[in-house]
Design a protein around this ligand. Structure first.
Ligand code: SF4
Ligand code: SF4
Length: 62
């Protein structure tokens, strides 16, 4: 299973990582204030979210 780390200090909750993930691994929490990995089991480690994050706030690893 992938480990998905989101740096809360860097993340601006722009939502880009949520949009690029076709596997719907990421979403905002119920308050719409933080990005969370809601389906980490479905992560393919494609790293599209990492590549797209201009704040370098998300990291995916095995
Ligand atoms: S793309 Fe980066 S800054 Fe934007 S919501 Fe995702 S982790 Fe946060
Ligand atoms: S690495 Fe790919 S599958 Fe995993 S959360 Fe990021 S965009 Fe989604």
């Amino acid at each position: 299973m992938a480990t998905i780390s989101i740096d809360r200090d860097r993340c601006v909750t722009c939502g880009l990582c949520i949009e690029v993930c076709d596997w719907h691994v990421l979403d905002t929490d119920s308050d719409d204030t933080r990005v969370e990995a809601i389906r980490p089991d479905d992560c393919t480690l494609c790293r599209l979210c990492e590549d797209g994050c201009y704040e370098s706030a998300i990291r995916v690893s095995r």
